[in-house]
Design a protein around this ligand. Sequence first.
Ligand SMILES: *[C@@H]1O[C@H](CO)[C@@H](O)[C@H](O)[C@H]1NC(C)=O
Ligand SMILES: *[C@@H]1O[C@H](CO)[C@@H](O)[C@H](O)[C@H]1NC(C)=O
Ligand SMILES: *[C@@H]1O[C@H](CO)[C@@H](O)[C@H](O)[C@H]1NC(C)=O
Ligand SMILES: *[C@@H]1O[C@H](CO)[C@@H](O)[C@H](O)[C@H]1NC(C)=O
Ligand SMILES: *[C@@H]1O[C@H](CO)[C@@H](O)[C@H](O)[C@H]1NC(C)=O
Ligand SMILES: *[C@@H]1O[C@H](CO)[C@@H](O)[C@H](O)[C@H]1NC(C)=O
Ligand SMILES: *[C@@H]1O[C@H](CO)[C@@H](O)[C@H](O)[C@H]1NC(C)=O
Ligand SMILES: *[C@@H]1O[C@H](CO)[C@@H](O)[C@H](O)[C@H]1NC(C)=O
Length: 427
Amino acid sequence: MRRKAPLIALLAALSAPTLVTATHLTDSLLNKVYNVMNEISSASWENGTRAQAILESKYPDLSVFAQKAPLPLSSDMSSGSIPEIIDIAQTTMENRPASSNNTASFNGSTLLEDGAAGDPASLGITVLIANATTNNQQVNGVGYGAAATAELNYLLNSVPKAPNGAISHRTDQAQLWSDSVYMVPPFLAYYGVMHNNQSLLQEAYQQCSLYRDTLRQDSGLWAHILLGTGTHDPGLWATGNGWAMMGMLRVYATIKWSQYADDMSSQTNDLADWVQEIFKASQQYITSDSLFHNYLDDTSSFKDTSSVALYAATGFRLSQLNITDAYTPNATALLGAASSYVNSTGYLTQVVNPYDFSKQGGESAEGQSFMVMAYAAYKEWDSLGRKGVNTKDDPLGESSSAPARFGTGVGAGALALVLGVLGWTLV
Ligand SMILES: *[C@@H]1O[C@H](CO)[C@@H](O)[C@H](O)[C@H]1NC(C)=O
Ligand SMILES: *[C@@H]1O[C@H](CO)[C@@H](O)[C@H](O)[C@H]1NC(C)=O
Ligand SMILES: *[C@@H]1O[C@H](CO)[C@@H](O)[C@H](O)[C@H]1NC(C)=O
Ligand SMILES: *[C@@H]1O[C@H](CO)[C@@H](O)[C@H](O)[C@H]1NC(C)=O
Ligand SMILES: *[C@@H]1O[C@H](CO)[C@@H](O)[C@H](O)[C@H]1NC(C)=O
Ligand SMILES: *[C@@H]1O[C@H](CO)[C@@H](O)[C@H](O)[C@H]1NC(C)=O
Ligand SMILES: *[C@@H]1O[C@H](CO)[C@@H](O)[C@H](O)[C@H]1NC(C)=O
Ligand SMILES: *[C@@H]1O[C@H](CO)[C@@H](O)[C@H](O)[C@H]1NC(C)=O
């Protein structure tokens, strides 16, 4: 004789939603995300990006996204108050190639040895902050300030340039990668503010402009890698568009809080427009589950959560900087979706492989940093009254320390029922 009750229970269990589409990470899970970020960051740009994420989340008053960034940074601030930042700066100095002692004859990056000219520059601001707060302490006989200046000169004078003057992302040839907009111009701008050098701020703006002239496609979205030989990627890489947006936004904020803000309003207006141009053109590619494909317009490429977190951070920062609230609804949807891909040990899953941008990977240091940045941006936006989003409910959805996507509760229950029913029907 057939029993109906278990079958009904089975159907109910199977039809219950097993995937949440939006999740608000608890502080304790977000803390795990932060710890994993620190554990798995190893490449130069990963450490540079991590340092920014630490500033924005732990020392928000020191980041250029502060409500009033302390620029130029005051030297009476103590290095003891920012141990994680000093630690990254010191590690960078310890890993600095000895051959870069003689900056005149060395033509590799002076901060770290890397085939990428742009990536080590992502650590430039960290080194400048360490210099300012330790009163130019030395590591292995070289001062933080000297290392930062050598890196600046290297970028301006030694790295190959594209015909239009854009500083190459590579050491061996002139080749432009959208990633570089996050790594290089914010450092040039920060250095300029610290040294009352407006022409460096102008150079930072100019580099964004030159990269855009080369990489921007008719749609407004940016290709990933153009010019030069070898590696090429004309595709609309989602993370690359995110790097470009966030890099330009950091230059925007650096100029805005600087002594040259009034003088450079046309530059900040351009930067704000260029960031929005990318976000606006990307909106049509947000998938029904609020993610992006690795290549925005290529639905055959896998869905990536790393870029999604970076876009979310951008949307909230655009609002916090009073540029526009138009992207905060998208930003909340994107962050809620990315959060549901954080597993119980704090890893953002379903990420593009940071070392092979065409492939899906198991983990991503930059993805961890983007999540930390996105929550830092979300919290500031939240505290300013959630501009652009009209709801009393939590915009990110249910609070979770272990998103149901990874939960064993419903899944195991359904499995037990299936087995039970099979057992029953087989009897
Ligand atoms: C990045 O930071 C980690 C952790 O401090 C360190 O082990 C690694 O050597 C750093 N990478 C570079 C390129 O300096
Ligand atoms: C520096 O560049 C010159 C000319 O391109 C090359 O001959 C030399 O080997 C390079 N030196 C290093 C240390 O890479
Ligand atoms: C680099 O310079 C520092 C300080 O002058 C010195 O301690 C170190 O030995 C130098 N390294 C090389 C390879 O010259
Ligand atoms: C490093 O710090 C010293 C002492 O505060 C300062 O004089 C110098 O300008 C700084 N160098 C850079 C590159 O910021
Ligand atoms: C600004 O920095 C550039 C690049 O280092 C330098 O050539 C220029 O002399 C500096 N200008 C001022 C006013 O310090
Ligand atoms: C944005 O506007 C508000 C209200 O006018 C103001 O209090 C706040 O300081 C502004 N923020 C920025 C970053 O300009
Ligand atoms: C993103 O914003 C656009 C324009 O406001 C809107 O049409 C779309 O539904 C939004 N997507 C999500 C997932 O919020
Ligand atoms: C979370 O994801 C990471 C990276 O893919 C993986 O190593 C780890 O085992 C996962 N944790 C759990 C509890 O599944």
